[in-house]
Design a protein around this ligand. Structure first.
Ligand code: MG
Length: 370
């Protein structure tokens, strides 16, 4: 009989990749992706890979926090069974509250290992099928003219939906969408994301003005904790409202659904702490008639691949916003989810199917816990 699969060591890599250009949203400007890669090694030679790409203003984590947290989580998992994800994630969640992004890297690596041990691609492991789907491409905050030009270039590249960052003032945000609409014509849907930038009144006013402009939905109009006003905005708007920063885990999902705050959820592995909780969120959503999107931070294609399998495996996930790696100057990932413009296809290799270029890894600072 084969020996029981056991975690023997965990490699933690500090990963820095520059952006092609600075990316601005209502709460922060981002210049580079500061990720942590996790490699969980086992006694059988099988390994699982995960990525944490924190956004400090959203999850409270920085790269240095994640590097430190990763060492503690690695010590917690050493010598244990990686296939019992339910128990491993419960231990992780008990040991460390919040810090969802670094937790998601471990969760992702455990699912990768489970897939490899089972010889199944992650979408099949999750009980789902393989389907191709589209991601939008996102335009950061800038002046309306620049944003319109960017929208036009995304349309010309062949993207099927444009996501536009808003969240400043009533006049300027309406102006932005007017210009973007003018530049791309009427066929493509526009998704908007205020990243908590408006107050209640600004949200109601902007959404009213944008009603005739073909908006698919609006992400996170106001500050994350204000569930009551989120519900009031939804009641006043004909544009669908999507929770992003208000939604981390399944407890948030349950509250948002019970209170009738939103039409849609934006699930991100970096917020949910990984696939294990993301599945719970999607089940609550489906029970409440809430359709989901899977979004991202600015992970490489490693993180994107895990997220892409989740989309492929669950029919209630009807939208994808997995464009973060498109902003990066380089792509150190081998295999994994493939992009044809914005059309994403998941691989059939076991696990999430993404590996890391060994030459790239040689350049990254490494800490091994064993
Ligand atoms: Mg968002």
């Amino acid at each position: 009989m084969k020996e029981k699969l056991t975690i023997t060591s965990i490699d933690i890599y500090k990963v820095d990749i520059e952006f092609k250009e600075p990316f601005r949203i209502a709460i922060i400007e981002i210049l580079s992706a500061e990720s942590v890669f996790i490699r969980i090694n086992t006694n059988e030679g099988l390994y699982g890979l995960g990525e944490a790409n924190p956004t400090a203003g959203i999850t409270g984590e920085t790269q240095s926090i994640n590097l430190a947290g990763a060492i503690d989580l690695a010590n917690l998992l050493l010598g244990k069974d990686p296939l019992n994800i339910e128990e491993r994630m419960r231990e992780i969640n008990k040991f460390l509250i919040h810090n969802s992004t670094i937790k998601s890297a471990f969760d992702m690596a455990l699912y990768d290992l489970l897939g490899k041990a089972a010889g199944l691609p992650l979408y099949a492991l999750l009980g789902g099928g393989k389907r191709s789907f589209w991601t939008d491409n996102t335009i950061g905050l800038a002046n309306p003219d620049y944003m319109a030009k960017k929208a036009r270039s995304y349309k010309d590249q062949g993207f099927k939906a444009i996501k536009v960052k808003l969240g400043t003032t009533w006049d300027l945000d309406v102006e932005r969408i007017k210009e973007v609409r003018k530049a791309i014509g009427n066929e493509l849907p526009i998704r908007i994301d205020a990243n908590q930038g408006w107050d209640y009144r600004t949200a109601v006013n902007v959404l009213k003005d944008l009603e005739p402009m073909g908006i698919e939905y609006c992400e996170q109009p106001i500050v994350y904790w204000d569930y009551d006003n989120l519900r009031r905005i939804r009641e006043k708007s004909t544009i669908g409202i999507m929770a992003d920063e208000s939604l981390f885990d399944h407890h948030d999902a349950f509250k948002l659904a019970s209170m009738g705050c939103v039409d849609h959820f934006n699930i991100k592995l970096a917020k949910s702490g990984g696939i294990n909780t993301a599945l719970r969120i999607n089940s609550i959503a489906e029970s409440a008639g809430i359709r989901c999107m899977v979004g991202c931070m600015t992970e490489t294609r490693l993180g994107m691949s895990a997220a892409a399998h989740l989309v492929s495996a669950r029919l209630n996930i009807q939208y994808a916003d997995l464009d973060g790696w498109l902003f990066l100057k380089s792509d150190p990932i081998i295999g994994g989810a493939q992009y044809d413009v914005g059309e994403i296809t998941v691989p059939d290799t076991p696990g999430h199917g993404a590996d890391i270029d060994p030459d790239f890894l040689k350049l990254c600072e490494l800490t091994t816990v064993k």
